[in-house]
Design a protein around this ligand. Structure first.
Ligand code: SAH
Ligand code: TMP
Ligand code: ZN
Length: 405
């Protein structure tokens, strides 16, 4: 067992999913022989309590030219990120010349509002195709990984940033030491580093184990983020709960003493202590719940097959890689997965090789059941696919437990 990637403490294994493919590596039939697999397991640090992958994979295997995730595929998330941008515009970026840097800017879902307001900004995004999608919207983008060297170059060219922001990206990066050094170089004296990522407490409470896959290297709690920030010379000054993606927290980090800490930090720390999120019994319960969820989902899909009912998946999410591979769900149980990303359509799901098809194909011939892999977008998807249900189709959900709606 390696030691904690952040503090060097002892890691305690929480769950081992075994051999798994790269979650966003949707594959063309001709490339099936080249699929890459690794061991997916998570462990918690006995010292700083950070939950983390036991074994990471090289970043270029995940984030490259053909990285297929398009953040703007969800209108609910578009609204969410417009709100984030507006908040920064109203509160942090009012001085002329204010500068905001976002890393993991993807197709520009957040920065487009900033660009439209005419405020100085830069997206840092290593995945070329999504970076180009943002640039096509008139957003300034640098096609690179954010890390110390990139931050140093940005600072030299453009000066300090008042805000450094990352959504669903900071927890994807194992090299947080280099990121924090980069933030130290680039952030203004009174600036803030803000990041939002899935909250471990929600993952455990909802048994949303599908949040665990290669790209999600760390699973943050307020306690572990506070310890991490302190280790790199920063202070956690605010936390805010978000309902997106099944439950996230937005963390605000600043230079020590630069901002007055919000009482929310202490409140969350106390709640995490009371619920025992870092205790072994909590992780044991999580592991038992994962096994139970796998068994009941498999049972339901096997029953559907016995009864001659058709099942399609909905949302070729990265999360679905863990569910399908860990639960043994292939095209025999789920005949295809419907997804609105042109970057995924026509390809096969990693490891389990379920074809990905467009929403138009879904509507042409509805299945009896649709297994909602994109459960975090349930409201938006069920609303847009209301005809599926009115024509007798039923949704299968598995978070927080397997049920039919
Ligand atoms: N912020 C968007 C996209 C999240 S997906 C949203 O919340 O929906 C994560 C993105 O981070 C991907 O586009 C990936 O290419 C990018 N990424 C991964 N490592 C990065 C790094 N070190 N610096 C900048 N971007 C990175
Ligand atoms: P995510 O859960 O990682 O955000 O991924 C959601 C996936 O679901 C992504 O591939 C896009 C797809 N999707 C649809 O197909 N239709 C939709 O309406 C939404 C919101 C997402
Ligand atoms: Zn640690």
């Amino acid at each position: 067992m390696p030691s904690c990637r952040i503090c060097g403490g002892t890691l305690r294994e929480a769950f081992d999913f075994g051999r798994q493919p790269v979650a966003d590596a949707f594959v063309a039939p001709k490339d099936l022989a080249n699929e890459f697999f690794y061991r997916l397991a998570v462990a918690m640090c006995a010292t700083c309590t950070m939950m983390q992958l036991v074994e990471g994979i090289p970043r270029e295997r995940m984030f490259h030219t053909d990285y297929p995730y398009l953040a703007s595929g969800s209108t609910a998330m578009q609204a969410h990120f417009q709100g984030v941008a507006q908040h920064f515009l109203d509160n942090e970026l009012k001085d002329p010349g204010s500068f905001i840097v976002e890393f993991g800017s993807n197709d520009g879902i957040m920065l487009e509002t900033v660009a439209r307001a005419g405020v100085r900004h830069l997206g840092v995004e290593p995945s070329t195709r999504v970076a180009e999608a943002a640039a096509a919207k008139g957003i300034e983008v640098r096609n690179a990984f954010f890390e110390e060297s990139t931050a140093t170059e940005i600072f030299a060219a453009q000066g300090p940033a008042k805000v450094i922001y990352a959504a669903n990206t900071f927890s994807h990066v194992d090299y947080v030491d280099s990121i924090f050094r980069g933030v130290d170089v680039l952030l203004s004296a009174d600036g803030i580093f803000v990041f939002e990522d899935p909250y471990l407490a929600d993952i455990v409470e909802k048994t949303s184990f599908d949040q665990i896959y290669d790209e999600h290297y760390y699973f943050f709690t307020v306690r572990s983020v506070q310890a991490m920030a302190a280790q790199y010379g920063f202070e956690l000054v605010d936390v805010e709960y978000l309902t997106v993606h099944g439950g996230e927290i937005r963390y605000t980090v600043a230079r020590p003493g630069a901002r007055t800490p919000s009482p929310a930090v202490a409140r969350y720390l106390e709640r995490e202590r009371l619920t025992g999120i870092a205790e072994q019994r909590t992780l044991d319960r999580f592991a038992a719940n994962i096994h139970q969820l796998r068994d009941s989902l498999r049972d339901l899909l096997l029953r559907c097959r016995e009864q001659g009912k058709s099942v399609a998946g909905y949302g070729a999410t990265a999360k679905s890689a863990t569910v399908t591979n860990f639960c043994g769900i292939g095209p025999d149980l789920v005949s295809y997965i419907c997804d609105n990303s042109p970057t995924k359509q026509g390809l096969l799901s990693p490891g389990t090789h379920i074809p990905v098809r467009s929403p138009e194909e879904f509507a042409q011939d509805y299945p009896d059941y649709a297994l909602l892999f994109a459960w975090n977008h349930a409201q938006e998807i069920m609303h847009k696919e209301s005809r599926f249900q009115s024509q007798g189709g039923q949704w299968i959900l598995y978070v927080p437990k397997v049920h039919i709606r």
